[in-house]
Design a protein around this ligand. Structure first.
Ligand SMILES: *[C@@H]1O[C@H](CO)[C@@H](O)[C@H](O)[C@H]1NC(C)=O
Ligand SMILES: *[C@@H]1O[C@H](CO)[C@@H](O)[C@H](O)[C@H]1NC(C)=O
Ligand SMILES: *[C@@H]1O[C@H](CO)[C@@H](O)[C@H](O)[C@H]1NC(C)=O
Ligand SMILES: *[C@@H]1O[C@H](CO)[C@@H](O)[C@H](O)[C@H]1NC(C)=O
Length: 387
């Protein structure tokens, strides 16, 4: 009786919300939704913060609590969501799955609040695309929060004053010939990625851990691992940038600071993991993810491998239930040999060709100093679209 009761209770919840928690919908809310109005107030108005956080779409209970504790961090969280979605769509624009979902603009009103279950079907699919989404959005939060710290937008964090404790690589090969070239002092604002990581772990991992403890559903372990991969893509790629000081560029003194990789580079790294280092894991686990491949079960997952449980659909045909657009009507490239080739993108269905006039930038010239001037040309181009 008890279980049945709980089962129907969760079904009831499900039908009210029509979806599970999905903080990515923050990407679509206007900033008035998450910007505390009383930034200037010195006393924390807890009640107002609670109202604000209740209004935000898609936050799970852990995230709602964090929102109440750190309301000023929410614009950065939303920015993280936006940046990661943008990056995902850039990296997948030539693939059959182009990081969008047919029902993503599905309208849902929760407690009178507008809600969008952005990419919700993919988020719950447990496949390679799910894995990429978790990794990139986890990286997105680390990146946006850390940037918020460096720019002074967040009050609870700032620059890292002991950057030497972080792991980093040198960016510039040692060019200056000065004998002091290896000596430097830390100066300027170093990105405190460790803070971003702590924030992201609490914001994204805590609830997944609770859910795994409660349900033993391996998808939560999968999400935790891919969140980790996203964070690692930043923390393992911190860069030391330096500036020389001294008479006529002698580099007598050198000051250096640490910077995160650009988010587009992070996206590229994660796309490579998706392309080459995606590992299928077993559907059951007691505590740790295991590879599905029996002969490799003993090899632990690495920090550069994203994990998935289910195989992906082909994404060739439209499927409204799964939110799949299908590739009909997508523009393909007749000469390409990769995923955007007409052969692959159109799934062998063939394509239509038509001639269109397009305006492009042409005859570009570099103008001193420092911009590029172009003319506009119209040309006729052949456009191929999948049948
Ligand atoms: C969602 O619903 C709101 C209000 O009901 C409406 O104004 C809006 O156009 C809808 N958006 C979409 C994409 O259906
Ligand atoms: C910092 O805050 C300002 C004003 O609120 C905003 O315009 C800017 O985009 C924020 N920067 C970051 C990195 O979030
Ligand atoms: C993805 O492809 C569909 C058509 O298959 C298109 O409607 C949609 O706008 C595309 N999404 C992006 C982000 O380009
Ligand atoms: C098509 O693919 C070729 C080869 O990858 C590339 O050089 C060309 O720019 C692509 N064309 C378009 C319109 O994207």
């Amino acid at each position: 009786m008890f279980t049945i009761y709980f089962f129907s209770f969760s079904l009831w919840l499900h039908s009210i919300y029509g979806h599970e928690y999905n903080w990515l919908s923050l990407a679509m809310s206007s900033s008035s939704y998450y910007s505390p109005k009383h930034r200037a107030a010195h006393t924390l108005d807890k009640n107002n913060y609670r109202l604000l956080c209740d209004r935000l779409p898609g936050l799970n209970p852990v995230q709602k609590t964090m929102c109440e504790q750190h309301p000023l961090a929410m614009p950065s969280v939303a920015r993280g969501a936006r940046d990661s979605l943008y990056e995902c769509q850039m990296k997948f624009k030539n693939e059959r799955w182009n990081c969008s979902e047919r029902f993503e603009v599905h309208n849902n009103t929760v407690n009178g609040n507008f809600h969008q279950d952005l990419l919700g079907t993919t988020i719950r699919a447990g496949n390679k695309e799910t894995a990429f989404l978790y990794a990139i959005t986890s990286a997105g939060i680390v990146h946006a929060i850390t940037r918020g710290c460096s720019t002074g937008n967040l009050t609870v964090c700032g620059c890292d004053n002991q950057p030497g404790n972080q792991r980093y690589t040198e960016v510039e090969p040692t060019t200056a010939a000065g004998k002091n070239q290896n000596q430097f002092t830390w100066d300027g604002c170093s990105d405190d990625a460790a803070f971003g990581v702590r924030f992201a772990r609490e914001f994204l991992d805590k609830y997944e851990k609770q859910q795994f403890a409660a349900t033993h559903d391996v998808s939560h372990l999968m999400n935790l691992h891919n969140n980790f991969v996203g964070r690692e893509a930043i923390t393992q790629n911190m860069r030391k940038h330096c500036r020389c000081h001294g008479v006529s560029g002698s580099c007598e003194f050198k000051t250096c600071w640490l910077q995160m990789p650009k988010f587009s580079e992070v996206g590229e790294m994660l796309k490579q993991r998706y392309n080459h280092f995606a590992v299928q894991v077993a559907k059951r686990a007691k505590k740790k993810l295991r590879r599905k491949e029996r002969s490799e079960r003993k090899i632990p997952l690495r920090g550069n491998e994203i994990a998935y449980i289910n195989r992906s659909p082909s994404y060739c045909e439209r499927n409204d239930k799964l939110g799949i657009y299908g590739t009909r009507g997508r523009e393909c490239n007749q000469t390409s040999l990769s995923s955007d080739s007409c052969d692959l993108l159109c799934c062998g269905r063939g394509y239509d060709t038509r001639e269109v006039r397009r305006t492009v930038q042409c005859h570009c010239k570099f103008v001193w100093c420092c911009h590029v001037k172009c003319k506009e040309c119209t040309e006729n181009v052949l456009v191929h679209t999948c049948k």
